[in-house]
Write a new protein. Structure first.
Length: 81
């Protein structure tokens, strides 16, 4: 798991800031099986699609791990030391 996290950090750090800057107004669209085509601007995509999905999946993972007996507490979910 630590190796995968380290690799994810490497990928994020490799992004070229110039390609990301100004993307809040860039159009984003994709097809889904249930909703058909979804259209956003960059900021709307991040705030109304990406972040809610990230929070959902991380909270469900946390809950499943706790249910399986992993000794996790609220501080672990919040990232507290």
């Amino acid at each position: 798991l630590i190796a995968r996290i380290d690799r994810a950090i490497e990928v994020v750090q490799s992004f070229d800031a110039a390609k990301i800057d100004g993307s809040e107004t860039r159009p984003v669209s994709f097809m889904t099986r249930t909703n058909g085509e979804m259209k956003f601007d960059g900021q709307g995509y991040l705030l109304t699609f990406v972040l809610p999905n990230l929070y959902f999946h991380s909270s469900i993972t946390y809950a499943l791990l706790r249910e399986a007996g992993v000794p996790l507490g609220k501080a672990d979910f919040l990232g507290a030391p």
